[in-house]
Design a protein around this ligand. Sequence first.
Ligand code: SAM
Length: 237
Amino acid sequence: MYVWVGLWLLAALSGAAGWEEQARTQMVAEIEREFYATSLASGKSALTPKVKRALLEVPRHLFVPEALRSAAYENRPLPIGYGQTISQPYIVALMTELLEPKPEHVVLEVGTGSGYQAAVLARLVKQVYTIEIIEPLASRARARLKAQGYTNVEVRVGDGYYGLKEHAPFDGIVVTAAASHIPPPLVEQLKPGGRMVIPVGGQFLVQSLMLVEKTPKGEVLTRQLLPVSFVPLTGGH
Ligand code: SAM
């Protein structure tokens, strides 16, 4: 009898895990379709195997409020409290690919939110620093990332407009809230050869996802990629 109960429990548990894996596989297939459809604008037509693996591995359902877990793998943003959102999976994937992450990279994220984008990046680079302006969101993300065993993500509370001077320069900077302009402190804190991905534009206006590249000689090149919709970058700047 104990054997049957044990087997049933095992089947139930592995069934639950199977559902999440299947949902992640479907989410990644949807992301790949959207990559293909938007490749002319974004310059990225497909997921690289390492980013794909990260998306298949990170348990997105653990980054959303419990009541929304069943929707965690839909290709859309979801509310995470305090008027903020976890970004759409396609956008997380695209911003990650645009950074062109490498294992030796040190990356800054502005706008920790749920911590999901930081978790994806942490699987691809050496160190992630992430700044969140809403303290309770930062605390929750920190606890969540710690519980999942991430040791290369540091969550800070503060206004990310000013970056994180003490850990600069960064190989990559990803800003996950829309700014009215590209913050000069972030440009300064980007390494020569580094890349920054940032949505620029007002809350009720069309925003553009922009790629900022600093050449090895320190020249700054900017490119508008595609229209996006992000919550605003707040703070006193
Ligand atoms: N990257 C997040 C994730 O994976 O869940 C989603 C980020 S959400 C779209 C944008 C976040 O940026 C919000 O949590 C918001 O509080 C934060 N934010 C807005 N302005 C900020 C600022 N000046 N400095 C740091 N964080 C800011």
